[in-house]
Design a protein around this ligand. Structure first.
Ligand SMILES: [Zn+2]
Length: 95
């Protein structure tokens, strides 16, 4: 950990703000908007003062939104129909 980082950490500590590590841990909840309002404000204040975390949050937001589209793929209706048909045939054949 660099001296500068240590100083920033001490400064945030004095101001009652979360450290960079904490902001990184809160990033997901922060972006989801599920943090309690006082933590939310503390993170926002930290972000105003800390370029590193601004970049981190921006990068995180990008990754998170990408992750969401991968996690929840919209099923092609035709594929869905074929799948149901396939399952129906499979079930019908066995019974
Ligand atoms: Zn920071």
């Amino acid at each position: 950990m660099s001296v500068k980082h240590k100083m920033i950490r001490a400064m945030f500590g004095l101001m009652g703000l979360p450290t960079c590590e904490e902001v990184e841990q809160f990033a997901y909840d922060f972006l989801e908007g599920v943090l309690d309002s006082s933590t939310m404000k503390a993170v926002e204040r930290h972000l105003k003062a800390c370029k590193n975390c601004q970049r981190f949050i921006a990068a995180y937001r990008k990754t998170a939104s990408l992750g969401k589209t991968f996690q929840k793929p919209t099923l092609d209706p035709e594929f869905k129909e074929n799948l149901f048909e396939f399952l129906a045939q499979k079930a019908g054949g066995k019974v």
